[in-house]
Write a protein that binds this ligand. Structure first.
Ligand SMILES: Nc1ncnc2c1ncn2[C@@H]1O[C@H](COP(=O)(O)OP(=O)(O)OP(=O)(O)O)[C@@H](O)[C@H]1O
Ligand SMILES: [Mg+2]
Length: 216
C-alpha cells in the first residue's frame, strides 16, 4: 500500500505535537520511526490510521484520502502496550476470531497462530497471559487479515529475544510480499536490515525523513 503524508500538523490542545510533516512510502517500503518520549510518534500513526482526525488532503492510502475511507480492512495495527485495557475478560481465541474477516482464508489465520506459537494459550483468558505472550497475540491480530499496510507501535516491548527474532523474520516475509510496514521503536537497530527509510521526530517539532545510508 502506498502512503502519502502531506504537510501534516496536529495539535491536541493549542500546542502542536506534529508540524508540517510530509513523506511518502511506496508499496513494500519499510519505515522505522524513532524519537524521544512525547515526540509525537504514536500521534503520527493515529493520524495515519484515521483514529485522530486530520484535514482533507493530508493523508492518502493508495492515493485515496483517508477521510474518504470508511474502514481500513487492509491495515493491521499493533497499538502501544499502555493503551490497552487489560481488565477486559476475553480469551485469545475470542479476541482473534472477532477481529478476523471471514472473507480471508482460514489457512492464513491458522498460519499466523502457528507462526506466533499461540496454540498453547489459545483458550486462555488474555488476563492470564504474560506481557510478552499478550504482545504476540496483538501482533497476530494485526496480521490475520492479510494487511497491505502494517503499523506497529513499539511491538517488541516485553517480548523475549527468541520471539523478537521470530517477529523480525515474520516482518521480513511480509516485506517480501510487498507489504508496507511502519515500525515505531526506541531501538533504531531493531529492524535495521529491513529498514528503507527512517523518520526521526523530536520534541521541538522537527522531523527528518531519510533513506537508509543517506545523511540526514
Ligand atoms: N490524548 C491526548 N491528549 C492530549 N495530549 C496528548 C494526548 N496524547 C498524547 N498527547 C501529548 O502529545 C505529545 C506526543 O505524544 P505521543 O504519544 O505521540 O508521543 P510518542 O512519541 O509516541 O511517545 P512515547 O515514546 O512515550 O510513546 C506528548 O506531549 C503527549 O503528552
Ligand atoms: Mg508512543
Amino acid at each position: 500500500m502506498r502512503v502519502t503524508v502531506n504537510d501534516l500538523t496536529y495539535a491536541y490542545t493549542q500546542k502542536p505535537v506534529l508540524s508540517h510533516v510530509s513523506f511518502t512510502l511506496a508499496s513494500g517500503d519499510f519505515l522505522t520511526v524513532i524519537g524521544q518520549n512525547g515526540s509525537g510518534k504514536s500521534t503520527l500513526i493515529k493520524c495515519l490510521l484515521g483514529i485522530l482526525k486530520v484535514p482533507d488532503e493530508t493523508i492518502f492510502l493508495d492515493d485515496v484520502d483517508i477521510n474518504n475511507l470508511k474502514r481500513l480492512y487492509n491495515v493491521g495495527y499493533v497499538p502501544q502496550k499502555s493503551e490497552f485495557n487489560y481488565e477486559f475478560p476475553i480469551t485469545v481465541k475470542e479476541l482473534l476470531s472477532s477481529a478476523f474477516h471471514q472473507i480471508r482464508k482460514n489457512s492464513h489465520y491458522n498460519n499466523v497462530i502457528n507462526q506466533l506459537d499461540l496454540n498453547r494459550f489459545y483458550h486462555e483468558n488474555i488476563n492470564n497471559l504474560s506481557g510478552g505472550q499478550l504482545q504476540r497475540v496483538f501482533i497476530a491480530r494485526a496480521l490475520i487479515n492479510d494487511p497491505k499496510l502494517l503499523v506497529l507501535d513499539e511491538p517488541t516491548v516485553g517480548v523475549d529475544t527468541i520471539n523478537i527474532n521470530v517477529f523480525i523474520e515474520i516482518l521480513r516475509k511480509l516485506k517480501e510480499q510487498n507489504i508496507t510496514i511502519i515500525l515505531i521503536t526506541h531501538d533504531r537497530h531493531l529492524a535495521e536490515d529491513l529498514t528503507d527509510y527512517y523518520l526521526e521526530l523530536d520534541e521541538f517539532l522537527n522531523y527528518s525523513f531519510y533513506k537508509v545510508g543517506e545523511n540526514k
